[in-house]
Design a protein around this ligand. Structure first.
Ligand SMILES: Nc1ncnc2c1ncn2[C@@H]1O[C@H](COP(=O)(O)OP(=O)(O)OP(=O)(O)O)[C@@H](O)[C@H]1O
Ligand SMILES: [Mg+2]
Length: 258
């Protein structure tokens, strides 16, 4: 396999008085889309932040884009090549308008105002978000902020995408659109998600943080038969053909997949 883009070797990290990660080993290779799984509080966000130098490991080494990274200067360079989509969009967006926010990244990486604006407009268009260009960022809804955050990351044209719960807060249509877009991107990705569908469709590999260490996940597809409940919501008085006995209508059906 080609040389890894990012390597964590025996990395440990604690917040003051609170150990989170011990002896984490991980490699991200070109072309991979890795799902980072784990329970709430397992350390997923912390791990992404370590990769771009927002925390410093208490032990171990981080190697990224060809060399070991230690200093703040090293990690500034890493942040230019590995775009981090924050778990909370309010940590990502800070300019008055959407277009300014999306222009900020390429400007910061040395592009001219004209170039940065062209990139920003192209990225917004590719995500179907051109109509938001002049909107006031802090007045956007949660899902809108999520999509604009992704635009700010993509506008930096990173070699690697690190995404902390990219579909969190998105409606189903927006999620499908985002998924299709992510599938079309050539970049290696590491993404945190609690969304099974996203993981199953997007990931080429999965890793799990458990008890502070990283475990290689097993992904497989197989035909299966299952039963599940559907929640149907419709306006009161509208006859949707269900019995309303106070219970959630359950449709038992089987279908094969895989
Ligand atoms: N700044 C901080 N100071 C002290 N403890 C922290 C800090 N940030 C996070 N923690 C703790 O570190 C642990 C890991 O947090 P982290 O945010 O990485 O979890 P996560 O896996 O991303 O969880 P979630 O799925 O809820 O986003 C948690 O127990 C959290 O309470
Ligand atoms: Mg998190």
């Amino acid at each position: 396999m080609s040389e890894a883009l990012i390597t964590l070797a025996d990395v440990a990290f604690s917040y003051p008085g609170h150990p989170v990660l011990s002896a984490v080993n991980f490699q991200l290779h070109p072309g991979e889309r890795v799902a980072l799984l784990g329970e709430n509080g397992a350390g997923k966000t912390t791990l992404l932040q370590l990769m771009v130098g927002l925390h410093k490991p208490t032990r171990g080494r981080i190697h990224a884009f060809g060399r070991e990274r230690r200093s703040e200067q090293d990690f500034r360079e890493v942040r230019g090549k590995a775009g981090l989509l924050f778990q909370d969009a309010d940590d990502q967006l800070f300019c008055p308008t959407v277009l300014e926010d999306v222009i900020f990244g390429p400007r910061n990486l040395g592009r001219s105002e004209t170039e940065a604006k062209a990139i920003a407009e192209q990225v917004l268009a590719s995500l179907g978000l051109s109509r938001y260009a002049d909107r006031i960022t802090h007045k956007l809804s949660g899902g809108e902020k999520r999509m604009i955050s992704l635009a700010t990351v993509l506008a930096m044209q990173p070699q690697v995408l690190l995404m902390d719960e990219p579909t969190n807060g998105l409606d189903e249509k927006a999620e499908q659109r985002l998924l299709a877009h992510l599938e079309s991107l050539p970049q290696a990705m590491l993404f945190v998600s609690h969304d099974r569908k996203l993981v199953e469709r997007l990931a080429t590999r999965a890793v799990l943080i458990q008890d502070g260490t990283l475990i290689e996940g097993v992904m497989h597809s197989h035909p299966h038969v299952h039963t599940h409940s559907h929640l149907h919501i419709h306006a009161a008085g509208q006859d949707a053909g269900h019995h309303h006995d106070g219970s959630v209508p359950e449709h038992q059906h089987t279908h094969g997949e895989g």
